[in-house]
Design a protein around this ligand. Structure first.
Ligand SMILES: Nc1ncnc2c1ncn2[C@@H]1O[C@H](COP(=O)(O)OP(=O)(O)OP(=O)(O)O)[C@@H](O)[C@H]1O
Ligand SMILES: [Mg+2]
Length: 139
C-alpha cells in the first residue's frame, strides 16, 4: 500500500477517521493525503450575491479546518498533504482519488448530516459504490 486518502468533513467522527487512516498509513509507510470538500452546492432560495457570501464563508471554514487538522498531525510527527476542493463532496472526493490514485480511501460512516435515516451517509455510500480502489468505512 503506497498511498492513503482520507476524506474528512469536520464532523465529530472526523477525528476517529483521521486517526485510523493515519495509523494505517504509518503501518504501511504510505503517503498520506487529506481531502476536505467545501460544499458549495446549495438548494436555498438565494440571489447571486448571497450565494457568493455563503460560498466564501463555507470555503474559509473548510480551509481553517483542514489547516488545523494538518498542523495537529504535524505535532504528532505525521506528514500529510492537504487538498481542499469545492463542489459536491462525493463527486469531488472521487475526482481527487482519480488524480491521486490512492490504494485506499478512508471515510467515516456518517458525517455532518443531521438526518440519520441510514447507517451510511450519502457521501460514504457513493464513494464505497463508485471508487476504483478499496474503501474503508470507519464507524
Ligand atoms: N465535504 C466533505 N469533505 C470530505 N469528506 C466528506 C465530506 N462529506 C462527507 N465526507 C466523508 O464521508 C463520510 C460520511 O459523510 P456523509 O456526508 O456521507 O454522511 P452524513 O453527513 O451523515 O449524511 P448526508 O451528507 O448524506 O446527509 C464523512 O465521515 C467523511 O469521511
Ligand atoms: Mg454529509
Amino acid at each position: 500500500m503506497k498511498k492513503v486518502l482520507i476524506a474528512i468533513d469536520g464532523s465529530p467522527n472526523s477525528k476517529k477517521t483521521l486517526l485510523e487512516g493515519a495509523s494505517l498509513a504509518k503501518k504501511n509507510k504510505a503517503k498520506l493525503t487529506l481531502v476536505t470538500v467545501a460544499q458549495t452546492t446549495f438548494e436555498a432560495d438565494l440571489n447571486e450575491n448571497e450565494i457568493k457570501l455563503l460560498k466564501d464563508a463555507v470555503i474559509l471554514k473548510a480551509r481553517v479546518f483542514l489547516e488545523e487538522t494538518a498542523s495537529a498531525l504535524k505535532k504528532l510527527k505525521i506528514k500529510a498533504d492537504a487538498v481542499l476542493r469545492e463542489g459536491d463532496p462525493a463527486n469531488e472526493i472521487l475526482l481527487a482519488a482519480n488524480e491521486i490514485k490512492p490504494d485506499i480511501i478512508i471515510v467515516g460512516s456518517r458525517g455532518k448530516g443531521k438526518i440519520a435515516r441510514f447507517l451510511l451517509g450519502s457521501v460514504s455510500r457513493k464513494i464505497a459504490e463508485l471508487a476504483k480502489c478499496s474503501v474503508l468505512v470507519v464507524k
